[in-house]
Ligand binder design. Structure first.
Ligand SMILES: Nc1nc2c(ncn2[C@@H]2O[C@H](COP(=O)(O)OP(=O)(O)OP(=O)(O)O)[C@@H](O)[C@H]2O)c(=O)[nH]1
Ligand SMILES: [Mg+2]
Ligand SMILES: [Zn+2]
Length: 352
């Protein structure tokens, strides 16, 4: 493949063909090895089952590659050593030999499959929320906590600012100022009207970021304003359920003109935190962690325990009430819906 741009149809065809090949020709991988070019360094642009699209680090050309079966984890953003198919072999696949060490990894627990990597080598998690499908600080907190746990900075972006009524904007400002006091960057934008988009582009153009958030908040719409050539598919909120329709099906990496990289990711209904223990979650709430050491009991649950410094700080307004409530709601949801995979005895995150 000589050109590095695929049309939407070509992309779909590649995904379909790769999926079929992976299903039908499990033994294909050893066979292709004789026909490959020399080892090159590249970046995973997207991942399709047992194959991926890799961008050559020098030419920026895109190659479809199989993934060596010995590689157990490879995601968008991974830097790899790969062997491209020989020039002129339009339908051919290359092969990923090695995944290079990661600088950062965002992972998400799957109910059935355990902890799954989402994207690698990212420097910033853009936690996108919006007036539609719903504005929820609980959801924002989940992304912020996941960012804290991954030790990756978070930027809170509220999209669809055009849909907020004047009174709602005041509430929103108050909420966002709480996050800023805790130390998070926040921005309000509208992909529809363009409001705030230049500031966002400027901020992201120096990062390797990932757009993360519920389905329908407008991640792909934001991407398309930031990088019009991306032409990512977008989808309306469902009239029936008032939810996003999971339009983006896989993570994909795009370039800003001046060197930054951005990954658009599929929306998830709820970013679960089953892989965190109670203590982990406490550490992810910076302002709670800051006072938790002053609680009378070391195993304080920060509810009605005597001498709880966290509850005291919340009642005095030093910890925002919504953050305190979200912390407890997230903890409850982690225990209530905990899948078996996260319940094994002796595991550090079993919460008895
Ligand atoms: N009013 C308004 N609508 C917007 C804005 N941004 C996006 N939308 C609409 O929101 C809907 C969902 O947008 P998408 O960009 O597909 O959302 P997404 O977050 O990528 O969704 P998934 O790919 O399903 O995770 C589309 O109908 C967009 O036109 C905005 O700033 N204002
Ligand atoms: Mg999308
Ligand atoms: Zn306490």
């Amino acid at each position: 493949m000589s050109k590095n741009k695929l049309t939407m149809n070509q992309k779909r065809n590649v995904a379909r063909r790769v999926a079929r090949l992976c299903r039908d020709q499990e033994n294909d991988i050893p066979e292709i090895q004789g026909d490959l070019g020399p080892v090159a360094e590249g970046t995973v642009v997207s991942r399709y089952g047992k194959a991926a699209l890799v961008e050559d680090g020098t030419s920026r050309n895109l190659f479809r590659v199989y993934i060596r079966r010995t590689i157990d984890s490879i995601v968008t953003g991974d830097r790899v050593l790969f062997r491209p198919p020989l020039a002129g072999e339009e339908q051919a696949f290359g092969l990923v030999e090695t995944v290079l060490p990661r600088t950062a990894l965002l992972s998400r627990p799957d109910y059935y499959d355990g902890l799954r990597p989402v994207a690698a080598n990212i420097s910033l998690i853009v936690a996108v929320s919006a007036r539609q499908p719903e504005f929820s600080t609980n959801i924002i907190d989940r992304y912020v906590a996941a960012a804290e746990y991954s030790k990756i900075p978070a930027l809170i972006v509220v999209n669809k600012y055009d849909l907020f009524q004047d009174g709602e904007k005041t509430d929103l400002d108050r909420i966002l100022s709480v996050y800023r006091e805790i130390g998070y960057e926040t921005m309000t934008v509208s992909a529809a009207s363009g409001f705030g988009m230049d500031v966002l582009r400027e901020r992201l153009s120096r990062e390797t970021s990932i757009l993360a958030g519920q389905s329908g908040v407008g991640k792909s719409s934001i991407l398309n304003v930031l990088i019009p050539e991306a032409r990512a598919e977008t989808g309306a909120i469902s009239d029936n359920s008032n939810l996003g329709q999971h339009t983006t099906t896989g993570s994909r990496l795009y370039h800003f003109e001046n060197g930054g990289v951005i990954i658009d990711s599929p929306g998830v209904r709820e970013f679960a935190l089953w892989h965190l223990s109670r203590e982990d979650l406490t550490k992810c709430y910076r302002e709670i962690a800051a006072v938790a050491g002053e609680c009378r009991f070391r195993d304080c649950r920060h509810r009605d325990d005597p001498g709880c410094a966290v509850r005291e700080a919340a009642s005095q307004g030093k910890i925002a009430a919504f953050r305190y409530e979200n912390y407890h709601r997230i903890l409850e949801s982690m225990t209530e819906n905990l899948p078996d995979a996260y319940r094994s005895p002796g595991k550090k995150n079993s919460r008895k």
